[in-house]
Design a protein around this ligand. Structure first.
Ligand code: IPE
Ligand code: IPE
Ligand code: MG
Length: 261
């Protein structure tokens, strides 16, 4: 199990260990070029490829990309079906390359809504890459933070009915869709909106947030480095004071939170 940011202070490095991204602005990127919205999604896949490479080069261990939210079903049917086909073709084309580059692929979200062919590609891609250790790439597809919390609560209640009313945070965490990963340290949202849009609600508790106006298809290495540079300048206090952070080494009595494991 990884350190929970609300129960102990996570270790910190100069590069985020886990980067979570809301890839937004594809439609507006296309509109600006008088192209159909879906051309932006297509171009967005290129940015995913570049970003995976850039994250490996920078020593980031976990990259999580929000590809399709539980609310994105509200979009026009044609756009939804284009996105599904794009996901299928991206998996068909990219899984071999990801594997060759040592990337472990995971997909989180309610996959039951997807067509069997897509589910099969996801499972095969996950199995093929399961023991890779260079980077864990998670694609959040038909994912919603509330969906995740509800499926975790239900899983926990079914597994330990005798403890209802007495569950602790640590009991819930193994049931969350991303229990295999530490909490994100850095969150980036492209496309100019400053909101979470039902992404990782539980796991973003103490994440550093970075927003950029750049549309996802335009997001490049320099912008990633800019976000990492901003992350490096943040003082991550996790509830403590600045003065406490300056005390080296931090005394365990200062960092303890009631209920710390
Ligand atoms: C993000 O880009 C991709 C998905 C949500 C699938 P958008 O399609 O939301 O692009 P904008 O926000 O309309 O520009
Ligand atoms: C968030 O983008 C979801 C993904 C990037 C997959 P949206 O474009 O759907 O978010 P809202 O609707 O503007 O909040
Ligand atoms: Mg959008």
């Amino acid at each position: 199990m990884f350190t929970s940011s609300t129960r102990s202070i996570p270790e910190q490095g100069s590069v985020p260990r886990h980067l979570a991204v809301i890839m937004d602005g594809n439609g507006r990127w296309a509109k600006k070029r008088f192209l159909p919205r879906v051309a932006g999604h297509q171009q967005g896949v290129e940015t995913v490829r570049r970003t995976v490479k850039a994250c490996i080069e920078r020593g980031i261990d976990y990259l999580t990309l929000f590809a399709f939210s539980s609310e994105n079903w509200r979009r026009p049917t044609e756009e939804v079906s284009f996105l599904m086909n794009l996901f299928i073709s991206a998996l068909e084309r990219e899984v071999g390359r990801l594997h060759a580059n040592g990337v472990r692929l995971r997909v989180v979200g309610d996959l039951s809504a997807f067509e069997p062919r897509l589910i099969d590609l996801v499972r095969r891609g996950e199995n093929l890459t399961a023991s890779n250790g260079k980077l864990t790439l998670t694609i959040a597809a038909n994912y919603g933070g509330r969906w995740d919390l509800m499926q975790a609560f239900n899983g926990l209640a079914l597994a330990y009915p005798e403890k209802v009313g007495n569950y602790a945070e640590a009991d819930l965490e193994p049931f969350l869709a991303m229990s295999y990963a530490p909490e994100p340290d850095l969150f980036i949202r492209t496309g100019g909106e400053q909101r979470i849009s039902n992404f990782l609600l539980w796991q973003l508790a103490y994440c550093e947030l970075f927003f950029t106006d750049a549309f996802w298809p335009d997001f490049d290495e320099a912008m990633l480095d800019n976000a990492i540079a901003s992350f490096r300048k943040r003082e991550r206090r996790f509830g403590r004071t600045s003065e406490q952070l300056l005390a080296v080494p931090p005394s365990p009595t200062l960092t303890a939170v009631p209920g710390d494991a």
